[in-house]
Design a protein. Sequence first.
Length: 148
Amino acid sequence: MIAHARLLRILLVEDSKSDAVLIQKTLSRSKLLNELYLVRDGVEATDFLYQQGEYADAPRPDLILLDLNLPKKNGRELLAEIKADEDLMTIPVVILTTSSNEIDILKSYQLRVNCYMVKPVELDQFIEVVKAIEHFWLALVELPSDQG
């Protein structure tokens, strides 16, 4: 049963071109209505979320997929900003990263990440992780309505 009939907007914050392409392809094959926006670093993500510069018309995302190891502003810094902002804190954030370091996991949860997932090295497993994110966050979970 699909919980959402509306279009869900996903902000992907990912600097790896190959990972971004794989995530985009996997989500584009979805039966669920979604619109994916890609930014390559933490500064671009901030501009997108605050509708600044080239992202002045950016929509509020329903879900953020966030890599930790980003240029300019890392994922931890961005997560801290999102969860400290009253207007953004209700957007679910899923960390999707290569790091399985206990300190990274603990710090992310201390910063109030909604979910922490490690990117598998194997292609098939990576695709399954993206499908699991899609199924859980886009089909099962009730997300807050647009507050923008």
